[in-house]
Design a protein around this ligand. Structure first.
Ligand SMILES: Nc1ncnc2c1ncn2[C@@H]1O[C@H](COP(=O)(O)OP(=O)(O)OP(=O)(O)O)[C@@H](O)[C@H]1O
Ligand SMILES: [Mg+2]
Length: 397
């Protein structure tokens, strides 16, 4: 037999109201009912006090349903308290709905108490009255156990729905991971092969007769080779993150670009023949990683754009770290050299990608023609307010 006390969460308000109602019914019943059990003939205030006390015991019915039921049965025999007995049996039915033996035991005990009280009141027992008393005792017990079973069923159904939901999420996640892996493979096939060819061609050029005759050709070939090599490394890192491995997604092995590498970016641009200048105010290297990475990508993309669309122009990169925000601008003047032949295809994704990146950090990116050249400005709050567009710059066309 389970411990006597399958207490449930306290529904204090409801319990207090129910207890009060049963107490009142017990007391009022004292004056209007013909029978008072063993106390028949006792002074009405005494019977009323006992009836009220039997009702009050119900306050503990959730914590100790069986003990309370036994007490109420005794009270029923003493002062005839049918409502309290019905509530106590209902509670036992609810709390012990899985324990058939307990239900049978309390059902039999209830019948014995009911019929015993009837016999004590007046013998022989009227069968109709006996039927009424038994219904009053067994009915609540059955209803209580039905309510308990229903609650179990609802909980089981909820658990099953939650399980199905979890399973569905897993399937979706797996499908997404597979899709990521597929895109990663696709990217590898499309890009890595061609960049690999560029690197090989540049390597051959670097050690070929043309480079020996003209050192500038060798330098340029080396630059192309180094850039291609670097691009391949970065591509592999990104593919590694996208393609799931056995232990889940892999983190990039090499450190991700940060603000400390901004000067390197500018140096490389100058080595490639650009005229770029970097002015930093404050300490961007202490900013959150994702902000530093955004700064790096902005400078990377805008330097490339300047080289593509305004060759030979002067490019100024300014980074201004304030207490609550970072403002940066990349400004280039007019082209001083003709546009190179065979310009890389314009994807139109660079600035859009930067805008999304900055917006995710809660900032804004603005860009457009500026004097004779072009300007890109970013305003990123610090610490970043993720997901909200930041105030500040007016978006340029
Ligand atoms: N420094 C610049 N000078 C002049 N025009 C520019 C400059 N930077 C960008 N633009 C213009 O803005 C457009 C969008 O640039 P964006 O970087 O988004 O795309 P893209 O460089 O053409 O292609 P992608 O970056 O996807 O390879 C460019 O096509 C170009 O017309
Ligand atoms: Mg671009």
């Amino acid at each position: 037999m389970a411990a006597d006390g399958s207490a449930r969460g306290p529904a204090h308000g409801l319990d207090a109201a129910l207890t009060a109602v049963v107490v009142v019914i017990g007391v009022v019943d004292t004056w209007i009912k013909p029978s008072n059990g063993l106390l028949t003939g006792a002074p009405t205030p005494v019977v009323a006090a006992v009836s009220g006390a039997v009702g009050a015991v119900l306050w503990w019915r959730r914590r100790r349903p069986r003990t309370v039921c036994v007490a109420v049965m005794a009270g029923y025999l003493t002062a005839f308290t049918p409502v309290a007995l019905a509530v106590a049996l209902y509670t036992v039915g609810d709390a012990a709905h899985r324990a058939t033996r307990v239900l049978v035991l309390y059902g039999l005990a209830g019948c014995a108490v009911g019929l015993g009280a009837l016999a004590a009141d007046h013998a022989p027992i009227d069968p109709r009255e006996a039927g009424y008393v038994l219904a009053l005792i067994l009915g609540p017990l059955v209803v209580g156990s039905a309510v308990g079973m229903r609650r179990d069923l609802v909980a089981a159904a909820r658990a099953e729905v939650a399980g199905l939901e979890r399973e569905r999420n897993l399937v979706v996640e797996r499908a997404q991971a597979e899709e990521r892996a597929r895109i990663a493979r696709e990217m590898h096939d499309v890009v890595a092969h061609r960049v690999g060819n560029i690197v090989l061609t540049a390597s051959a050029l670097k050690v070929g007769p043309l480079a020996r005759a003209e050192p500038a050709v060798g330098d340029a070939a080396e630059q192309i080779r180094a850039e291609g090599h670097h691009a391949l490394e970065e591509l592999r890192e990104i593919l590694g993150v996208l393609a799931p491995s056995r232990g889940g997604r892999r983190a990039p092995r090499t450190p991700q670009p940060d603000a400390l590498q901004l000067s390197q970016l500018v140096e490389h641009a100058n080595a490639r023949g650009q005229r770029a200048r970097l002015a930093v105010n404050g300490h961007p290297e202490v900013l959150p990683t994702q902000v530093q990475r955004a700064l790096y990508r902005i400078v990377q993309e805008t330097l490339t754009n300047a080289a593509k669309y305004a060759p030979g122009s002067e490019v100024t990169v300014t980074v201004d770290c304030r207490l609550d925000r970072i403002r940066m601008a990349v400004t280039n003047g007019p082209a001083t050299r003709p546009l190179p032949l065979g310009l890389p295809p314009s994807g139109g994704n660079g600035l859009i990608g930067l805008t999304e990146r900055v917006t995710l950090l809660g900032g804004t990116l603005a860009y457009g023609p500026h004097q004779d050249g072009f300007q890109v400005r970013a305003d990123i709050p610090h610490p970043p307010r993720t997901g909200h567009g930041g105030p500040g710059l007016e978006a340029a066309p």
